[in-house]
Design a protein around this ligand. Structure first.
Ligand code: GLU
Length: 422
């Protein structure tokens, strides 16, 4: 039965998620009886966020927090600030968090939040007010043992600091474990900022090894040069790969010899995007998908790899740094063309894995070294990917369906063991 409170369009994030769930049903055996559980969020809160702007006017913003599943543990997932955020998108992102957390076996359910706002149009003071009021409004369902937000698109450590402070002031005690991705002196973890990009690299390295793709000299194209895309690019660069194309909201750049990342990364920091980088030539946005490369990393928003783009891709390996970048029909095209896709729900799980480390460190008030973090992250991701790969080989299914199979089995077993109350 479809939900009455969302209007779902074809190829929207929620319908993409639903079709990914449908594809896994044949592999769930008796647990298929519980599958409807995955097709509806446990609860979703919609909040109004009024703030007084610097010019004295009052503006209202729409905010959400969706808890898709709390079966395996507290909710966990980021908060996104973007003008196109919708209820339906946040629901899909929350559901993907449930799958991701179960795929890496973190003791969490899945949740996600968002505010429909363009944060670039707000002053720092307005951004702080927006964040604090949003946190207060969703305060009734978040907490270190209930649901733990983290950064996502256009949110960062400063926003997590405000969220932590607001929640703490409201409950009357400093609760560092209520959010992750915090600054280091507020209970943040070393390695968290770059963890998602590192995870993309780790899964990419393992996948490349399996398909005999040498990273030395491999050409990489990256869509989205924010936290995830730039950190992944850096690690691929260190492994000898060449980043030949990059695209973000400011434009597309190309350099057949590979960019000098020690110049590109500061350029993006200083100017807000890749456009105008001296060591590159500009390229038409749509041509990005035709670039000759071995590895394509979509690390921006959902729905980027359409059927048409999947037919044009030159890459052998697609590493989904973003959540939901590929439409189901495009998945089929890439499978037919022999392009290997490491799906978002394992590929970008490095961020939430280090969020888990941060949460554990906050509870024990004992902090690990960056080396300990990175070694543990590598080990968890390699182990999770190996298990997924074995599942894919056993059933002859894509890595995406295999990741869903591993994750859904864990979630639905927990569902069955807990039973229905009352
Ligand atoms: N926003 C990130 C994601 O999509 C991280 C979530 C977290 O650390 O809780 O996986």
């Amino acid at each position: 039965m479809s939900l009455s409170y969302v209007h779902v369009e074809a190829d929207s994030p929620w319908s993409t998620y639903l079709s990914q769930v449908d594809r896994v049903v044949p592999y769930l055996g008796r647990l298929a009886r519980w599958v409807e559980t995955l097709k509806r969020p446990k609860r979703t809160l919609i909040v109004d966020i009024p703030i007084e702007m610097d010019d004295g006017t009052v503006r209202h913003f729409e905010g959400y927090r969706s808890q898709h599943s709390l079966t395996r543990g507290p909710g966990k997932g980021g908060v996104r600030y973007h003008p196109d955020v919708t209820l339906e998108e946040v629901m899909a992102l929350a559901a993907w968090m449930s799958i991701k957390n179960a795929a890496v076996n973190l003791p969490y359910g899945g949740a996600k939040g968002g505010i429909r706002v363009d944060p670039k149009l707000l002053s720092l003071k307005e951004l702080e007010k927006l964040t604090r009021r949003y946190t207060s409004e969703i305060g009734i369902i978040i907490g270190p043992h209930q649901d733990i937000p983290a950064p996502d698109v256009n949110t960062n450590g400063q926003i997590m600091a405000w969220m932590m402070d607001t929640y703490s002031m409201n409950v009357g005690a400093t609760a560092t474990g209520v959010v992750t991705g915090k600054p280091i002196h507020l209970g943040g973890s070393l390695g968290r900022v770059k963890a998602t990009g590192r995870g993309v690299f780790v899964t990419g390295r393992e996948a490349a090894r399996r398909i005999d793709l040498d990273l030395q000299g491999a050409r990489v194209a990256v869509q989205g040069f924010g936290n995830v895309g730039s950190s992944a690019a850096e690690l691929f660069g260190q492994a000898g790969a060449k980043i030949v194309a990059a695209q973000d909201h400011t434009g597309t750049i190309f350099n057949a010899a590979g960019f000098d990342l020690s110049e590109l990364i500061p350029h993006v920091k200083n100017t807000g995007g890749v456009a105008g980088f001296r060591g590159s030539e500009p390229m038409a946005n749509e041509d990005f998908w035709d670039v000759a490369c071995e590895i394509m990393i979509p690390a921006a928003l959902e729905g980027q790899i359409t059927t048409d783009r999947a037919r044009r891709l030159k890459a052998k390996l697609v590493l989904e740094g973003a959540n939901g970048p590929t439409l189901p029909s495009a998945d089929d095209v890439m499978a037919d063309r022999g392009i290997l896709v490491v799906p978002d729900v394992i590929c970008n799980s490095g961020g939430v894995t280090v969020s888990y480390f941060e949460w554990v460190q906050d509870f024990s008030s004992f902090f690990w070294t960056e080396d300990e973090i990175n070694v543990r992250l590598d080990k968890i991701m390699v182990g999770a990917l190996r298990n997924i790969w074995d599942t894919a080989d056993r059933h002859k299914i894509t890595l995406r369906t295999a990741t869903f199979a591993v994750a859904c089995e864990r979630i639905l077993t927990a569902r069955e063991e807990r039973g229905l109350y009352p």
